[in-house]
Structures are given as structure tokens and as C-alpha cells.
Design a protein around this ligand. Structure first.
Ligand SMILES: [Zn+2]
Length: 227
């Protein structure tokens, strides 16, 4: 969504990071629910959205080059991009649907402090004039054969049972979480933290250094898909 992108791009979440200086490695990140909610929202992203997000800069493109799976999906995405409407499409809207699929958790993700998904919001609905079936895409062929091109007035697309503004996937109760470099996430308690660090070979915690860093949207994408 072009209008909200700059605002989203300028957001940052301050995080405490445990660093292993000897091996130049981030061991774990202590985070609030905002960061964990954003990480969890990656599971709701359609493949085409992931490919589009990764195409934004060179560092992120490396991940699709190093992963055969992402590399193939990227080629598929580019193929759809380059097929002109007259080539194959039953309806030009289908091309738009494949390149910009809707996030099934869109209404929840719109409440995230940092929303990674830049797909245009589907708060608009288009209704078939004949049988009143609806779609979030305009001019789609309805099953009755007519196009979905009528836009109803005053349709409330908000409020899908999530009435608490600050709560998205994770409860807002002040809890902290530990995010490890393999993206394993555990609630932050003394026992789980120590157990996991020992598992990773850090029985001597004096080798770890704590620093604070602000994570912006692009850094979160790199964390999830590149590192
Ligand atoms: Zn219809």
C-alpha cells in the first residue's frame, strides 16, 4: 500500500541482543510482543507476497538465489508478471490476483505495530449486480457470468472479533520473549533462557555481550528470510 509504506518503513522496535563476540554471532534477541507478533505474521504471508518483499533489495535477493525453492517461486512470479493479458489469461484480474494475493489474516495484521505485508488492503468489496456474491477483486467473473463491479456503501470490514487494539496474535500482558537465531521463540523466563543457552553451548554467560538495537521493517525481513 503505497500511501502507508513510508510510515511503516520508518517504524523501529528496540531490542536487546545477546552477541557472541568471539564467533561474531547473534545468539538471541530479547523482545516484546510487538516483535513476536510481526515474526508470527510471516506465517500468514502468501508466497507471492514473500517474493515481492524479497525483491526489494540486493541483500534480500541473495536468499532467493541461495534457496532453490525460493528461486523457482521467484521465476514463477516473474513469468506471471511478464505474460501480457492477451497471452493466456481468462480474465486480466487473475494475473492481479496471483501477483497480489490477499493475506488471510489481513484484518489482524493491520493492527500490528509493524506490518510486513505491503499488499493493498482489501477493505473494498465488489458485488455481483445479479446474484450479490462478492469478491475483493473488481471485475472478476462471478459464477453467474456477470462481473463483480458494484461497490456497496458503508460496508464495515473491521472488527473480526478482535476488539482489543493492542492485541494481535500474542496477549498484551507485558511478557518478554527470547528469539534465537534459528527463529525458535520461547517465553522469557530464567529457566528456559539458561536451558536454551546451555543447549547452544553457552554455559559460560560471561562470553556474551548485551547490546540494544532498533529493528526496522527491512531488518526484520532479512532476519526471517536471509540470515
Ligand atoms: Zn453473480
Amino acid at each position: 500500500m503505497a500511501a502507508s509504506q513510508p510510515r511503516e518503513e520508518s517504524k523501529a522496535i528496540p531490542l536487546k541482543i545477546l552477541i557472541d563476540r568471539e564467533n561474531n554471532k547473534v545468539v538471541a534477541v530479547e523482545s516484546t510482543k510487538d516483535f513476536v507478533d510481526t515474526l508470527f505474521s510471516f506465517l500468514s504471508l502468501p508466497l507471492a507476497t514473500i517474493i515481492r518483499l524479497l525483491s526489494n533489495n540486493d541483500q534480500q535477493q541473495q536468499s532467493s538465489e541461495s534457496s532453490p525453492f525460493l528461486g523457482s517461486i521467484k521465476k514463477l512470479y516473474e513469468t506471471v508478471q511478464n505474460l501480457t493479458p492477451n497471452d493466456v489469461w481468462n480474465n486480466p484480474v487473475y494475473k492481479q490476483m496471483l501477483l497480489n494475493p490477499k493475506n488471510p489474516c489481513e484484518s489482524l495484521c493491520m493492527n500490528l505495530f509493524m506490518n510486513i505485508d505491503d499488499t493493498e488492503s482489501s477493505s473494498k468489496f465488489f458485488v455481483c449486480d445479479s446474484c450479490y456474491m462478492f469478491s475483493t477483486f473488481q471485475n472478476l467473473d462471478c459464477t453467474c457470468g456477470k462481473p463483480t463491479n458494484k461497490q456497496p456503501n458503508n460496508l464495515d470490514s473491521e472488527g473480526q472479533g478482535n476488539e482489543v487494539q493492542n492485541e494481535v496474535f500474542v496477549k498484551e500482558n507485558g511478557s518478554l520473549f527470547l528469539v534465537f537465531d534459528d527463529l525458535k521463540i520461547v517465553p522469557c523466563s530464567l529457566m528456559t533462557s539458561v536451558e536454551r543457552l546451555v543447549e547452544l553451548g553457552y554455559s559460560d554467560l560471561s562470553k556474551l555481550e548485551e547490546v540494544t538495537h532498533n529493528f526496522g521493517k527491512q531488518e526484520v525481513i532479512v532476519l526471517c528470510f536471509v540470515l
